[in-house]
Structures are given as C-alpha cells and as structure tokens.
Design a protein around this ligand. Sequence first.
Ligand code: CO
Length: 136
Amino acid sequence: MIVALDHVAIAVPELEESIKRFMDDFGLEYKGTEDVAAAKTSTAFFPLPETSIELVSPLNGEGPIAKYLEKKGGGLHHICFRTDDIVADIEHLQAKGYQFLSEEPSKGAHDSLVIFIHPKSCGGVLIELNQPSDAH
Ligand code: CO
C-alpha cells in the first residue's frame, strides 16, 4: 500500500554546488550525501515535513543520471511514493498493465528497496516506489 510521498528528485550535474544552494540559499536542513553504487548515483537529501528533496548526481560520471543530464541538462527527475509492501504493490500494478524498469526491486539510498515504473506507463512521469529499511 502506498503510504506517503517520500521525495521529489532533481537531477544535478554538480552535486556540491546544488547542496550549497539548497542548504545556504534556501536554508533547508542537509541530511548528508550517500553514494548508491547499485544505482550509479550520488544522492543528497533535504527532508521537509512530510517529504524530502533528493538531489541525484552521477556516481563516477556514469549511470542513468549521467544519461539523463546529457539529454536534458538537469531538472525534475522523478517522484517517489513510499510503500509498506513493495512486492505486493509491484504485483498489483503489473496486473493492471504497468511496466517497470527492472524485474525486481534493488537497493536504494538509506538501505531502502526501490523500483521504478516506466514513464511510458505513467504519462511521461518517472515514478519510484520505495520501501524504507524499517519496513522490510
Ligand atoms: Co529517488
């Protein structure tokens, strides 16, 4: 079951520069940076009740965010719904005809389980389902 809007993610070419903007210019609370090797991304989180802004940047200059930045030059990348049972939600959505970018959930930031629904299934919006580590 989907329980919350977990975060909105913005693709950024220069992570440190963007962290400064959100921390110093916008005054948001910076929760730290985490490299997610499995996703080839470097992430930074700024929680805002009840959600977060996520900055996503290529890890070692490669991966899906590198491709996105090449094509679009940065911007709003995906929205993420928090779920308490990602496997059940995948089954439920697959039965309704939704396509996913991978067969199974993989490890995301904060040791969560994540999977992405293909934007073609969602009117052009990339949607992530995320089950936090305390719920799996
Ligand atoms: Co995300």
